[in-house]
Design a protein around this ligand. Structure first.
Ligand code: 5GP
Length: 236
């Protein structure tokens, strides 16, 4: 592996072969509340890599360009190098988490339209919400880039919603990161139970990182169940 370029809470980024790629290794560390709660969950990296790779291959098949080039081993992926847009995108179907807390909407309330939010990507500041005029004002992205990011995020929402429905899972909300790669905006980072809320379609049971955040137990059983169901759904 090349030199470490950056170590984050759940991934390590290494120099890739050549100057157009990077190697990302998923760690077993689980964190929540901006790193205040932290635990090693043996096998989490492998599960998140497998789930994210499956979802990125599915999205690529449906016309979404992602950073994924190929899986290297069970926890590592080779990706296209991109300049990350420092605004994260959150898409919501159903009220939960920060949305429920901030706006006093009970968890599980169906939203009348899809919600798209942006957050400043900053651990130091705790990822505060930021609006489009603020993003363009401080130069995080141009208006045309934001329009393209929003278009792609909504398309990804439709595609993921359909796949998870086939897997008997409700997609409640999720977080995306995009990057600039040449002239294009591409999907970067990961889509995994760390970055999505996923509830069992029949029982409403939480299968995602809220198990860790809320001390519900059996965190990785939820992740394993998501992977198993996605693998089945892919074959339908
Ligand atoms: P909320 O704003 O309700 O806390 O989060 C909304 C959705 O985005 C949830 O699925 C949550 O897991 C995801 N999310 C928000 N911020 C982050 C983040 O900094 N990292 C990750 N991995 N996911 C996030």
């Amino acid at each position: 592996m090349g030199n470490v370029l950056y170590e984050g809470k759940s991934k390590i980024i290494y120099e890739g072969p050549g100057d157009k790629s990077l190697l990302i290794r998923y760690k077993d560390t689980a964190t929540a509340f901006n790193g205040e709660k932290k635990e090693e969950l043996s096998g989490k990296g492998k599960l998140n890599a497998a789930i994210s790779n499956l979802l990125y291959r599915y999205l690529a098949k449906h016309g979404i360009e992602t950073h994924l080039i190929q899986a290297v081993d069970e926890t590592s992926v080779l990706v296209k190098k991109a300049e990350i847009v420092m605004a994260e995108v959150i898409v919501r179907n159903t009220a939960a988490g920060g949305f429920s807390k901030k706006y006093g909407v009970p968890e599980g309330t169906a939203l009348k339209n899809t919600v798209v939010e942006f957050c400043l990507k900053s651990d130091v500041l705790g990822d505060p919400m930021i609006n489009e005029s603020q993003i363009t004002a401080i130069g995080l992205a141009a208006a045309e880039e934001l329009a393209e990011i929003t278009r792609q995020a909504l398309r990804i929402h439709v595609l993921l919603d359909a796949l998870f429905a086939k897997a008997g899972i409700r997609l409640i909300d999720f977080k995306l990161e995009f990057g600039r790669c040449g002239e294009r905006i591409i999907l970067c980072d990961e889509i995994s139970p760390d970055s999505c809320r996923l509830w069992d379609g029949d029982t409403g049971q939480k299968l995602d990182k809220d198990r860790f955040r809320q001390n519900l137990g059996n965190v990785l059983d939820g992740y394993r169940e998501i992977l198993r169901r996605l693998q089945n759904a892919e074959q339908i």
